[in-house]
Write a protein that binds this ligand. Structure first.
Ligand SMILES: [Cu+2]
Length: 481
């Protein structure tokens, strides 16, 4: 098969702006020295050690950085006559695609043009706390107007992302309610091509507002949603040809919403979750991604037409969460049909056998909430404690820790561990192995178990990736004893 082609470069969309935007998304794929993606085999063992940052001497403060990110406010057009005022990286949504090579050090200069401090987190990377981009781990915030430079060695490969790790609290313009997110794709050093075309799909929800939930506490709703910064029907269609294999890298960059996607007439073959290859490349009709989850999926283009790749929930889809797939030579109104199976189960991507190694230690993590009154956000607790009134949870280096995510609340939570990944061990009591993730949705009233090999010493933040939950105490700091 060929190297990925970028159709938008030869077939401009309806307007120049979209053409440029798509081109910028794809530019690195065209210009970079073409390492390609290996989704062949999960690395054996989990003994990878985190890479520390390079010293500034090694990078050289006077040398040009490999990338620059400018954090600034922009007006962004989600659709004609539908603009949002938000904060973004390099004036675009999503931010500049950072395409790095595993093991090859990178330096990134960050300029904060805002009048408030900011911080950038490299989600999914096994790097040092000093550069991971979380103030709870000890990384500094970037002061207003300041420029900073960070350097790290990308590891592991796969689909990851970068985003603000600032708190929003009650301000729905800050944190991940804003446009501060972008794709961080780490290519392995060598790779056979296995696809004809590569596309990125980055989901986000816009214009958040507070609404009362059933019990009277506050929840966040949104007016509209987008894929790659454009509402459904207002982006250039993704152009495909019959017989192509298209690799989609899908990231849910919503602050709080779980999303489900389908493409009528097609199935998704899941190659990797959260950037890590899965042992069983199952085909599914529907992909479910919680906030911060990623999926790299292969789609065989064998059903010619003009289709909506969109949210299975019609309210989300009509609010903009979707994009159009257009076969060469086909025209007409994009077609949507609901999937026969909207079901999602992490277990189909794993081996249905228990993890061989027994854990050395067990760490129960019980999630609960406390009603704070009508018109207030709930308070969230891990083992009865709400951040920052918590004690660190201690890890022992080199040991396998079984994390027991025990969700005794009425909400689903996409919980995330920084600087490490974990292997799913059981879901609702059913065993699996071989699925390594850094975010997992723990559904209301259920238990998920995951094994963490403590192999990257230093402060490690654990939190719910739903911005309002994280802001309301759903965080804990893991430390190495
Ligand atoms: Cu949560």
């Amino acid at each position: 098969m060929n190297k990925p082609t970028v159709n938008s470069l030869s077939q401009p969309g309806p307007c120049r702006r979209e053409f440029l935007r798509r081109a910028s998304l794809a530019a690195a794929a065209v210009l970079a020295p073409m390492p390609q993606l290996l989704y062949a085999q999960a690395p054996s063992g989990q003994a990878d050690s985190g890479q520390g940052p390079k010293s500034s001497d090694a990078v050289g403060e006077t040398a040009s950085p490999d990338y620059r990110l400018q954090i600034a406010e922009i007006d962004w057009e989600l659709a004609p006559r539908k603009n949002v005022r938000t904060t973004a990286y390099n004036g675009q949504i999503p931010g500049t695609l950072l395409r790095l090579t595993e093991g090859q050090p990178v330096s990134i200069e960050i300029v904060n043009r805002l009048n408030r401090p900011e911080i950038v987190h490299w989600h999914g990377q096994w790097i040092a706390p000093a550069v991971d981009g979380s103030m709870e781990e000890g990384a500094p915030m970037i002061p207003p107007g300041a420029t900073t430079r960070i350097a790290f060695t990308p590891h592991p490969s796969g689909l990851h992302w970068y985003h603000t790790h600032a708190m929003a609290h009650r301000d729905l313009k800050h944190g991940l309610y804003s446009g501060q997110f972008g794709v961080l794709l780490v290519d392995p050093p060598s790779n056979p091509a296995r696809y004809d075309q590569e596309q990125f799909l980055v989901l986000h929800d816009w214009e958040p507002y507070y609404a009362a939930s059933d019990d009277g506490s506050l929840m966040v709703n949104y007016v509209c949603g987008s894929i790659n910064g454009r509402m459904l029907g207002h982006d250039a269609p993704i152009q495909v040809r019959e017989g192509q294999q298209v690799l989609f890298h899908i990231l849910n960059a919503s602050a709080t919403q779980v999303h489900k996607l389908s493409l009528p007439g097609h199935s998704f073959q899941v190659l990797a979750l959260d950037g890590r290859p899965v042992p069983s490349r199952a085909r599914v009709e529907t992909i479910r991604l919680g906030p911060a989850e990623r999926a790299s999926v292969l789609v065989a283009m064998n059903s010619p037409g003009v289709w909506i790749l969109g949210e299975t929930n019609s309210a989300f889809r009509s609010a903009g969460m979707g994009t159009v797939i257009e076969y060469a030579g086909r025209a007409g109104k994009p077609v949507w049909t609901a999937p026969a199976s909207p079901h999602w189960d992490y277990r189909v991507f794993g081996d249905a056998v228990p993890v061989v190694r027994k854990p050395d230690l067990t760490l129960p993590l019980v999630f609960t909430s406390r009603f704070q009154g009508h018109g207030a956000l709930d308070r969230w607790m891990i083992n009865g404690k709400s951040y920052p009134d918590t004690a660190p949870i201690l890890l022992k280096e080199g040991l396998r820790h079984r994390l027991i995510f025990d969700n005794r609340s009425m909400d689903d939570h996409p919980v995330h561990l920084h600087r490490h990944s974990f292997e799913l061990v059981s879901i609702r009591g059913a065993v699996l192995s071989g699925v390594h993730k850094d975010v997992v949705i723990v559904e209301a009233g259920t238990v998920v178990e995951a094994d963490l090999v403590a192999n990257n010493p230093g402060n490690t933040l654990f939190h719910c990736h739903q911005q309002d939950h994280m802001d309301s105490g759903f965080m804990a700091l893991f430390q190495y004893a």
